[in-house]
Design a protein around this ligand. Sequence first.
Ligand code: ZN
Ligand code: ZN
Length: 273
Amino acid sequence: MYKLPADYHMHSNHSGDSDTPMKDMIESAIKRGLSEICFTEHMDLDFPVTKEVPEGLFTLDIPSYKRDLFSYKEEYKDKITIKYGIELGLQMQITGVNSDLIRENDFDFVIGSIHLLDKKDPFYPEAWEGRDEKEVIKRYFESTLENIQVFNDFDCLGHLDYIVRYAPSGAPYYSYNMYKEIIDEILVTLVKNGKGLDLNTKALFRGSKEPNPPADVLKRFYELGGRIITFGADAHTPEGIAGSFDKACEIAMNCGFTEYYTFDKRVPSAIRL
Ligand SMILES: [Zn+2]
Ligand SMILES: [Zn+2]
């Protein structure tokens, strides 16, 4: 059995949607035999306020996060390598603030994620009401493309087809083929700009057949020259760390990948799968 890849997508109580102390995530990663992890706490500025989402829920307190992370990095340095990352929510109206934020901080790794569509959270039915579901998904990909065309200060695109998770019908029709043109444009843009994909195993771990994005998209990324992938279980609790990474490794290798990546101060390094 090969060693599991580094988990490059995880949250702790520094993210608005997790209560897990950082220490519990680290201990769990060590127990699973990981040699490296990267915390990627949420920073989603200008997030719509709802009953469940108070103002500023996804605004990361960077100084407090950094203090905690660097103290654990030192404490656990003989057991595991801990990297300082962020999951940055991309939206067209905040590209300037997001760029400043990345420039002013010294993160090891930045995931750029699109959690909102036209300022609405797809988690709520209102984002879908009165609209054709297939069109909403297409619009999400268009919006992803718009964002990555103007914003360059990230390393990997988070869970490329995130919106599909929340389609009211479960989107049984969804496939790479159905959205081929727009997905290709996204992949070509990533390759051209030297960006990678977050191979997100959260759904896989919960019983879905495919990670986000699915194998067909990963394969296409490889065909188009994309080589940078990071593995991310997107865990918000200790049980989820490195979830289904063995399956994901197999998927990645079947798609042509022989390496995955880790980052240090935004510089990628390839590690053999
Ligand atoms: Zn996310
Ligand atoms: Zn996440």
